[in-house]
Structure formats: C-alpha cells, structure tokens
Design a protein around this ligand. Sequence first.
Ligand code: NDP
Length: 514
Amino acid sequence: MEKSQYSGPVCEFETAGPCGIVIFGASGDLTSRKLIPALFELYVRRRIPDNFFIAGVARSALDTETFREVVENAVDRGVRNIKPGQKQGFIKRCYYLSGQYDDDSTYRELKDLTGTLAGKYETGGNIIFNIATPPNLYKVIVSKLGTNSLVEKGQNKDPFQRIIVEKPFGTDLETAQDLNSFFLEHLSEDQIYRIDHYLGKDTVQNILAFRFANLIFENVWNRNYIDHVQITVSEKLGVGHRAGYFDQAGLVRDMLQNHMLQLLSLVAMEAPAKFDAELIRDEKVKVMRAIRPFTGVSYPSTILRGQYKEGEVEGEKISAYRKEQGVKKNSSTETYFAAKLFIDNSRWEGVPFYLRAGKALKEKKTQISVIFKEVPHSMFVDDIKENPLEPNVLTFGIQPQQGVFLKYQAKVPGSKMCIYPLQMNFNYADYYGVELSDDYETLLLDCMVGDQTLFWSKKGIEKSWALITPLLQEWEKSNYDNKKVKLFFYKAGSTGPREADRMIENDNRKWILS
Ligand code: NDP
C-alpha cells in the first residue's frame, strides 16, 4: 500500500467510555467473523478503554475457557498484523454464559454475571446487549431482558442500557411494526440501534460529505442536470450456507429493503440544518415517503426478478440455485432483481433510479453512478444529435473499489482538437495509505458513544417495508412461471438476465460496467 498523501487532522472518536457488551448468539458466525475482530481492533487501537468486558451468551455448552479459545481463533482469523502480547488483555475480558434464550434463569445468571463484571472492570453499569441470533429470537430476548430488569425503558444515561439488533428487522411491514411496538414496550427509541452494516462504511458516509460539503456538485444535483442514477450491488457468491434463510427471504428483502434504499436515500436526500442523527434520519425517511409505490407497476419494464442457473464464476462451478441445499426444488425466490424507481418531489421528478442486485454474478461490485445529462450543444462536433459527447458520470465505489470516480471529456494530446472521455479517480486506500476500518468497528463504537446517525430509525425501517411489502406480496402469490411477474433465469457467472439489460436499453440507456 502506498504512503498516505493525507496531512489533515486525525479523524477518530475519542475513546468510548467504560462499558460491558453482552453478545447473544455468541457461538455464531457473525460473532466470530465480525463482532469479535471489530471489538479487538477497537480495543487495540484504544478506542475502547480497559474498563470493558464481553459476555457471550448462547445455548452451546461452552464455558469461559472454551469461549476464550473461540475468541482467540476469531481474532487470529479476522485480524491482520497482531502484535505479540496484544491478544491477552482482550481475551481475558471475555466471559461466557450457556443458557436457553427463553429461560428466566439464563437472565438471572446474566444479571449476576454482568453485575460482578461491572464491579470488576468498573464499567459504571453501562451495558450494550448485542442480539446476534436468528431473528425469531429477537422478541424473546428483549422481553426477558425487560422482565428480568436487565434493561429499563428510558435508561440511556448514567448508566446506559442499549440494544443492538441485527438485520433482518421484520420480514414485511406488519412484522416490522410488530417488532418495533414490542421493542418499544421495553426500551425507548434512543436505546435501540438497528444495524445496517452498509452505513458503517466510510465510502457510504462519504456520499453525504461529498454532496453537502462541496458547493460545486450540490448545484447540479437535481433533475435539471442529472439524467438518471444507477445503483448496483453485484455479488460473485451464490447463497451457500445461508440457503435455508435466503429461500424464505429473497434478494429484495436481503438487499433492497435495507442497504439499497439506504444508499438511494443518501444520494437523494435534502441537507438537514445540522449533522444530527435525528435530522439526518428524518431526511432519509422523507425520501422513502416520496418514492413512487410499486403498486400497479409494469413487469418486466419497471421491475423484474431473476434466479441463477448452473454456471461458473471465475472457473468455479456453481450449481443452480434450486439445487442448493435447503432450497425448495421449485423455488421462485429471487436471487436477482432490477427495478426502476422514481422519487416524486421537485428535485427528482422524472429522474429514474435504476437499481439492480444479484448473486452468483460475474463481478463483485457495489457502486452508485450518477449519470449527468448530455451537453445540449458543442462546438467540438457538427451535429450533437448525430455525434453526442458521452455525458459526465460520477461514481461512488463502495466495494471492492472504494472511492469517487468522475468521467469527463478532455482534449487528447496532439495537434488536432480531439475530445475523448477521461476518468479522474480518487481511491481511498491510495490516498490515505490505510485500509478503511471495518463497518462493524464504526457501528459498535457509535453505539458506545450514543450516536444513532448510522442506524435505522423506527420510521425509516417501517417506511422501507411499506414500500416493498406490496411487491413481495404480489411475487409471493405468483408462481415462478406466472406470466405477469415471471422469474427470469440467468447463468451463474453472467451479468444477470438479459431482460434487465432490456429494462434500461428500452429507455435508451445502458448499465454502467454491465
Ligand atoms: P447463526 O445462524 O450463526 O446463529 C447465531 C447463534 O444463534 C448460533 O450460534 C446458535 O447458538 C443460535 N441459534 C441458531 N439457530 C437457532 C435456533 N433455531 N434456535 C435457537 N438458537 C439458535 O447466525 P449468524 O451469526 O450468522 O447471524 C446472526 C444474526 O446476524 C442473524 O440475525 C443474521 O441475519 C444477522 N446477520 C448475519 C450476517 C453474517 O454475516 N453472519 C450478516 C448480516 C446479518 P446456540 O445454538 O449456541 O444458541
């Protein structure tokens, strides 16, 4: 990696205050792959203090000693460049409690354990309960925390008691509303941190900085200058070990409802008066309210679903989705979708937002491209209609390319006046000379310092479900061979169904990097 070219101020939170973290589902994949490495990095970088402990809770018959081995393995696998002696201080702060999630005795024991650890590590009673279990356990855990007095509604200061809850938060509007009402019986909204890990990414947060800290782009950020916007989330992986869950959920629930609507609202929102969690979250809700409903849309010209067939990704064979273990043989679950959305407000009236996402595709790429209008006249070409100049394209690379890229026209060196598009690239890693921090690091630290900006609000999550629930209902009642909402098959390793290309080509546009 190149040396940093950056000479500005250090941009880190000060160390979070003392606190304990209880992880439900501590024997699981998310804990080992994401939470433990993120907490370790924060601890090593002194973003969390010595007054800190982790208590893992799950049914698996581990004890503190064996859990510490799990923690050590997770650190070894998930963290690079560990220096000698760094692990021990962290590992010895990890404890484990085995118990059933619906059994009061688990919570009585947990209360004793966290009470003892709070004294030992002088955390002042500040505590975060991170619910990293399958979603069907969210309710019982919150209810038992409430009835066993581990959390008290409104207790968000001296000491704070907060809950981090994973996605998916609900499976449709009704279940999300139900979950919200249930949580709010035991907690106040400022104690609830609903995760969308995309929001923890610097590249995603940079969309706001880029738009609202620079005058030059804000002035052209509207229907007068922007032709359309594209948001692409393309993955090379199939569904793998998550097949059972995925076959119930589908990609619209897994991607569109949360990550992609968040990305869209960051691109489309108005600037609030202050960088304030509530104000920012409210502006995003306003965007979601203004998205034209999916009811009565035409298929497949406005929205379509697809599913992968057998194929190859980078030389590796991928079996058809329907042959994956845990997937129904005639499943109509979508592993791909493409949609054309409109935001009915004065900034965006008539500007299409094309969204597409898929699994088992040729490329791994998450990016947002803002495609500007073509110049109306040019002195460089005789007939602009016959020889249009390629328009400016501003791309936010979220992953794996992380940065901002601007395509613009430039003169080619030489005696003749030739115009050809160039790309101006800003790449995070090259410029700052560091790997961007992991999204979970940012989110866990934000919860510790009490900043909800990067988490879903109640209103936001309900609005996003309100938007997509009618679509899901229509798809669920229609078989895969239903003519109106047909399921289009595509080969694993391809760029998706041909019909998705037609969707945009029928509007005389094309996917960027398709
Ligand atoms: P796991 O399936 O690994 O489950 C976590 C733990 O929950 C398991 O170790 C198990 O512990 C317990 N558990 C699992 N199934 C049941 C069950 N049927 N009844 C009771 N307990 C059960 O989940 P992940 O760690 O992968 O994910 C946790 C949460 O995070 C989920 O809500 C998931 O949607 C979300 N998430 C996960 C991501 C990931 O990358 N893994 C990404 C995004 C979100 P034990 O048996 O010991 O009690």
